[in-house]
Design a protein around this ligand. Sequence first.
Ligand code: ADP
Length: 387
Amino acid sequence: MDNFRKLRDQISNQVLKEGGFVEDLQQKELLISAMQIAEERMATLTAIVESSDDAIVSKNLSGIVTSWNKSAQRIFGFTAEEMIGEPILKLIPEDRLDEEPRILARISAGERVDHFETKRVTKYGTLIDVSLTISPVRSPSGEIIGVSKIARDITDKKLEEQRKNDFIAIVSHELKTPLTSVKSYVQFALSKVKKSGDTFTEGLLIRAEAQTQKMAILINDFLNLSRLEEGKMSINCSRFSLHELMTEIIAEGRMLAPDHQIEYESCQDGTINADRDKIGQVLNNLLNNAVKYSIAGSRIHVSCSLATPEMVLISVADQGMGISDEDQKRLFERFYRVADDKMKNISGFGIGLYLISEILKLHGSKIKVESQLGKGSVFSFALPIEA
Ligand code: ADP
């Protein structure tokens, strides 16, 4: 800023002097007013940058800091004098040093990095959680000459998430044990009542069993969500028959949703090597969603077919409300639910599809969706088949 002012004063002095470098008086006045406008804009920009709650930092393509605002000092502890001219690596914890070259490569390719959540280290050695938005800085000719970085301190938000996570994990765990007991009492009573011929009580117990099953699925989702957040979700692979698992899931699905027509096209003798419980959870969630987002009486088609001699393709198709192209892009984000009036009466937390996509990622697979609003949706994924 000071350099800028000096330059303007220099030009004005030269211009005012007889024989200055700009000859035409009108041109001289234009130049001075252009410089004044530029100076005002620069002052506004500086005020915005300085008053921001976020750290705003710029660096060159070699990672050397070229500007450092007040919030950068507040968040990281280093003053502008301590940081300008220094490598940005000073702020990066040792186990994350590989992030910098990856970020620089993306920026050099003209990309922007939005809301990248990571950790940085302060002057006092404390680790803090930050969300970074990084963009290229271009010269007037469009060449990338540096990088601007906005860092938001999200340590409190992360702590809050952690507390929420712990709470969910504890509550889910505490609910799981009594629910398992309730379920087995209901199943025991059901087997007795079936023999007695009391169809009314049998009907009630079947409904009670279906409700406990729904609660068990929900609790499992929550437990898996907190494991995932803690980075503790792992898979225990074993070889099992996909057909057998799918038959179980379909039987459960038919019990939970007797008013839907659930069809099953089997792949008979496919053996896969995967986490049986988690793949079961993926199928359960997809089937539950197909039921939840389509009307009673409509058809749900679950199929399993050989996509190639090595891969089996599993899909769940419904004739429900469908999902717009816009929503399809965000469907697998944590807590994402479609904002639609029709959704108000359908309960949910927006974690099922997020968990599905994470579980499949751990298996080296990916969930896909094809859908048309008002027509229905098909969710599918592929898994390698064992010889
Ligand atoms: P939840 O169903 O608990 O809201 P999910 O993560 O399972 O959470 O699904 C996220 C959102 O995706 C749902 O809220 C819904 O809007 C949409 N969705 C999921 N499955 C379907 C489907 N089969 N048909 C229409 N919309 C669906």
